[in-house]
Ligand binder design. Structure first.
Ligand code: HPA
Length: 275
């Protein structure tokens, strides 16, 4: 079997062969974020199936391509569709694209997701700027032998979410009149939503939002020395004493509304990063 570093190199070369710029920012687009990728110009969209060692996307709401191009003057790569642990991929597979982004030259990773809001102050489609996380997925992408060339054995998790980026996102949201709060994200394996007792527990642990992604990618980004900005869209309200069954259709509708907000916020943030 090929070493991880050799697989990363294969994938990086395949992308380079189709798009020669060096991206500064990498973006992982969660549910509802189609409006973001359409703003990328001079773009080349590479289906995941054409990038060596990329797993193929299985979820219907995700397209599965790497969009490479320029956004507000800044070279970016954006993942339209991500790999989830609940789909059966290993943590190493889920996070492989982050390794490839780093190899391409990315310095800042922006990770987005749809999440359940457990804080009473949240409203549907609000944006939560992630200030910290809790990993309850029961696995870790760094488990196994460590390649010291990719990052340290015991990466520090004191500030996985870059405080300068967080402040920039908060300021930009305020300027644009977009509702955004800071919050703690907890990741669960899924695919079922939580029981009322679980929401109560997660809230008591100190989390504001819960979702089934993002944390593996952020752990690997931290390992690789990338600066990270994480943003959740509150797609359902998870208040244990007033819990209603969620409909996936409704979650997708709310994600689309939050996605429009993110599609305004992120290009501005990226523009500032390019200065
Ligand atoms: N729980 C876990 N993941 C989610 C939720 C939720 O309530 N909403 C959207 N993703």
């Amino acid at each position: 079997m090929l070493e991880l570093s050799a697989k990363i190199q294969d994938a990086q070369q395949a992308v380079k062969a189709r798009w020669s710029k060096t991206p500064k920012v990498g973006v992982i687009l969660g549910t509802g974020l189609g409006g973001f990728a359409s703003q990328i110009v001079e773009s080349v969209a590479i289906p995941y199936g054409e990038i060596p060692h990329f797993p193929e996307s299985t979820v219907e709401s995700h397209t599965g391509q790497l969009v490479c191009g320029v956004l507000n003057g800044v070279p970016v790569v954006a993942m339209e569709g991500r790999f989830h642990f609940y789909e059966g991929y290993s943590m190493q597979q889920v996070t492989f694209p982050v390794r490839v982004m780093k190899a391409l030259g990315v310095e800042v990773l922006i990770v987005t997701n749809a999440a359940g809001g457990m804080n009473h102050q949240h409203e549907l489609a609000d944006l939560i700027l992630i200030e910290d996380h809790i990993n309850l997925m029961g696995d870790n992408p760094l488990r196994g032998r460590n390649d010291d060339k990719l990052g340290p054995r015991f990466p520090d998790m004191c500030h996985p979410y870059d405080r300068v980026l967080l402040a920039l996102a908060q300021k930009t949201a305020r300027e644009l009149g977009i509702p955004a709060h800071k919050g703690v994200f907890v990741a669960v394996a899924g695919p079922n939503l939580e029981t009322r007792a679980e929401y109560r527990m997660l809230r008591a642990m100190g989390a504001d939002v819960v979702g089934m992604s993002t944390v593996p990618e952020v752990i690997v980004a931290t390992h690789a020395g990338l600066r990270v900005l994480g943003v959740s869209i509150v797609t359902d309200l998870c208040l244990p004493d007033a819990l209603e069954p969620v409909e996936i259709k409704k979650i997708l509708e709310v994600a689309a509304k939050g996605g429009e907000r993110l599609a305004k916020l992120l290009p501005k943030v990226i523009e500032t990063l390019g200065k």
